[in-house]
Design a protein around this ligand. Structure first.
Ligand SMILES: Cc1cc2nc3c(=O)[nH]c(=O)nc-3n(C[C@H](O)[C@H](O)[C@H](O)COP(=O)(O)OP(=O)(O)OC[C@H]3O[C@@H](n4cnc5c(N)ncnc54)[C@H](O)[C@@H]3O)c2cc1C
Length: 538
């Protein structure tokens, strides 16, 4: 056995799991890139938590339920909201410096307010909250001797004891991206903290590491996956080949920025009485519609009618980043596209972060805890990751004290007759094709016909990927391609199944909500490897 606790992923969920488990045994923390690289690191707004005496648990619960459009699990919402302040205090104790400036009644912290929240409850560190959280937690992790960090270590698949039913998880096969060797890490408890899957789509605000690896690994091992049709799209990401995932904050529209077509015409007033200030989903759908109907590659965000000095002072970071790519916000419109931002669905977990597979936990964006339902309330995701990482670690540590079972015989990695590929172009081509048809057919606005097209294409791609996968030695691009294809299949199957529009899932064939669909969509891997929808529990 290599350790007592294997943690896969080094965002807020993974770092928290590692720190919580560290006093109880040896921890191996794997991360496929460098330690800080994660969505957590780029979180801008902050972390929602009931902090002010004017606020209440009931209010935060109510706001979350409203955003979730009828699909939140009330017990999960209560759990996250009520545990929230305690977990935020843990962060502060671990050295996170949130902005101060509020009155003493707010504990001295400056509390922000965001869309959908009826109170000020967002703790933040300027507009770089994630960076500050990850800074403090990585410092702690590096200073903890019982945590062994392995960077450039890509988990490929879970190590399964198939004699158990369902299969029990005893760690993972891991590709060392530098030596290209695959080895096993054996542990009696494994935490998937691998984040979301924005890279399934052509345009995303997520970093390159967000390829849904944990979700795909759990899925292949037989775990149920829930609510994958609910993908949140951010309306305005900078459109430039080199600016892969740079968001243009919604505050720009709050300060008067308007959206224009390439011919200069403003289009939002035709879509909503509040024009550019309509809810995020409405704006994203309107942009998508303009792009699809007219075949535009992007639309434009324009705040240049405001005073140039004021723009530079109010939006220094955004202004500077846009200039790097040759666009001056103060002088003219900037090209934007909507972008996949957050995966509400994930590996189904319980109140302790347990998946359906023994010894496997999932925390953070990879999991579907029931908190978000059909739409995520802003700034609830960092909180969810913290709360469930804490609960899962507590559960695993107690379980370990009571269960000292030695690992069973586990299969070594079998590279078969795989050789080095001389056709890497196949991988690049398939990556591009998959992300493009997911964007066009399974994006912000869906239809039965588009979903059917996507289903046929993903099945063809899957055949090609499978053949390639077993013939050639592993590379991280190939492992990730297989994972985004599995995630794409789950999204397509879930979206195809839901014959209504609700929250983030919008289809022109069924444009209204229907109370008959007030339940989660759960899919499992069928014997043929394809997703099967599990009928809702009576
Ligand atoms: C631009 C942006 C802004 C956001 N702003 C906010 C905000 O203000 N407030 C908020 O609440 N939420 C925000 N979110 C969402 C929030 O940041 C994420 O939901 C949250 O950080 C997810 O944390 P996590 O620990 O689950 O995953 P991540 O932080 O994404 O970490 C995943 C980790 O897993 C590693 N990994 C993945 N696959 C493997 C593998 N196969 N092997 C080894 N390692 C692997 C990755 O390298 C990474 O270290 C934002 C997201 C983005 C992209």
């Amino acid at each position: 056995m290599d350790c007592e606790f294997l943690v896969i992923g080094s965002g807020i969920a993974g770092l928290t799991c590692a720190l919580e488990c560290a006093p109880h045994g040896r921890v191996v923390l794997l991360t496929k890139d460098r330690l800080p690289e994660s969505s957590s690191q780029y979180a801008q707004g902050g972390i929602a938590s009931v902090w002010s005496p004017d606020d209440s648990f009931e209010s935060h619960i109510e706001d979350t339920l409203v955003a979730g459009a009828g699909l939140c699990h009330r017990d999960a919402v209560e759990q996250v909201v009520r545990d929230g302040p305690e977990r935020v205090r843990d962060l502060i104790a671990r050295g996170v410096r949130f902005d101060v400036g509020g009155d003493a009644e707010h504990g001295g912290y400056d509390l922000g307010q965001e869309g959908g929240h009826s109170q000020r409850r967002i703790l933040h560190a300027l507009d770089a909250t994630g960076h500050e959280i990850i800074r403090a937690l990585t410092e702690r992790v590096r200073a903890t001797p019982s945590i062994s960090v392995r960077e450039s270590a890509l988990a490929v698949d879970l190590l399964l004891d198939r004699r158990a039913e369902p299969a029990a998880v005893w760690g993972a096969y891991v590709l060392d991206r530098e030596t290209k060797a695959v080895h096993r890490v054996v542990a009696p408890a494994t935490f998937l903290c691998t984040g979301g899957a924005g890279k399934v789509y052509l345009y995303t605000s997520n970093p390159d590491v967000a390829t849904g690896d944990g979700l795909a690994m759990a899925w292949r091992a037989g775990a149920p996956v829930a609510n994958m049709e609910f993908v949140q799209f951010h309306p305005t990401c900078l459109y430039h080949p080199a600016a892969k995932s740079f968001l243009l904050t919604e505050a720009l529209r709050g300060e008067g920025a308007v959206l224009r077509r390439p011919d200069g015409e403003r289009f939002m007033p035709r879509y909503h009485p509040r024009a550019e200030l309509a809810p995020r989903d409405v704006v994203a759908r309107a942009i998508d519609n303009e792009m699809k109907v007219h075949g535009y590659e992007c639309v434009y965000l324009d705040i240049s009618h405001q005073d140039a000095g004021w723009i530079r002072a109010r939006f220094p970071t955004v202004h500077a980043r846009c200039l790097e790519y040759g666009f001056d916000l103060a002088r003219g419109p900037v090209p934007v596209v909507p972008a996949a931002h957050y995966t509400c669905g994930g590996v189904r977990t319980d109140a302790h972060g347990r998946t359906a597979l023994p010894r496997l936990y999932a925390c953070g964006e990879v999991a579907c805890t029931g908190l978000h339902g059909a739409n995520r309330l802003a700034s609830n995701s960092l909180l969810e990751a913290l709360v469930y990482a804490h609960r899962a670690a507590a559960h695993a540590c107690t379980a370990r004290r009571e269960d000292r079972a030695a690992p069973p015989a586990l299969a070594a990695w079998d590279p078969g007759r795989a050789t080095t590929s001389d056709e890497e172009v196949v991988v690049t081509q398939n990556w591009d094709e998959l992300r493009r048809f997911m964007w066009n057919y399974v994006g912000i606005v869906r239809s039965d016909r588009r979903l059917e097209r996507a289903r046929r294409r993903v099945e063809l791609l899957q055949e090609e990927i499978q053949a390639y996968y077993w013939n050639f030695l592993l590379t991280s691009d190939l492992v990730e391609l297989r994972n985004i294809a599995d995630v794409a299949e789950c999204i397509i199957a879930s979206a195809h199944h839901r014959k209504e529009s609700r929250g983030l899932h919008y289809t022109i064939d069924h444009p209204t909500s229907d109370p008959a669909w007030l339940h989660d969509t759960v899919v499992r891997r069928g014997p043929d490897g394809r997703p099967r929808v599990v009928p809702p529990e009576a």
